[in-house]
Structures are given as C-alpha cells and as structure tokens.
Design a protein around this ligand. Sequence first.
Ligand code: 5GP
Ligand code: ZN
Length: 112
Amino acid sequence: MLNNDCIFCKIIKGEIPCVKVYEDGKMLVFKDIEPKAKVHLLAVAKDHFKLISEADEARAELIKYMLMKIPQIAENNGCDNGYRLVINQGEDAGQTVFHLHIHILGGEPLEQ
Ligand code: 5GP
Ligand code: ZN
C-alpha cells in the first residue's frame, strides 16, 4: 500500500521525478538528492511503512528481498570496491523520510 502524503510513495508513483537506477515490482532504487558519498543510492520498498520496527513477516520478507538484490545493484552503480548500507530508524538517527529505505553509500573510501 502506498500513501498519498509520502514523498517516497510519490516517487514510486512517478509523481515526483528521480534518477532511477533499478526497479522491479517490490523495490525502487534511485539516487539520493543530497548525496553524502560519491555514490549515494536509496533502495525504497514498494510498501509504505515507516520503521523497521513495524516489519511483520511479509515486510521482513520484503527487506530480505531488498538485501539480496542490493549487492548486484550496488556493484552495477560504482560500488564494486565496497559500500555501506544504512537504515535510519527514528528521530535520534536523523530519519527524515518515514518510508522504509536503505541507504547505499560508496564509490570512494568512507569515513569510519
Ligand atoms: P533518512 O534521513 O530519512 O534516512 O534519509 C532520507 C534521504 O532522502 C536523505 O538522504 C535525503 O537527501 C533523501 N531525499 C529526500 N527527499 C528526496 C527527494 O525528493 N528525492 C531524492 N532523490 N532524495 C530525497
Ligand atoms: Zn511512503
């Protein structure tokens, strides 16, 4: 289910443009608008839920699916020498978009 007030749902529906690098029936991967590394992609689930803590069995399967797809997508987009995956959960992590997404950061050595 998608949400009319959510920026990532609007991107999924094509109402807001993005630089798409991968799409299938379950996920969309596009470039972050404010990249924090040379390569900064966002893998977004095609189901509107806010937090990893809201994952039920079906959503956990969706996250697993995304995690299994990400290595090939990352390698195809300049992260062939490694990358970092990040999920921000909630305010203290600085989450700003409350639709589950996985940051893919790489393309250069990352700060520890
Ligand atoms: P969060 O802090 O919620 O984990 O990350 C949200 C990310 O979404 C941020 O890195 C931000 O730059 C990115 N972002 C926010 N709005 C847009 C947008 O309209 N388009 C794209 N491509 N990225 C966005
Ligand atoms: Zn959404």
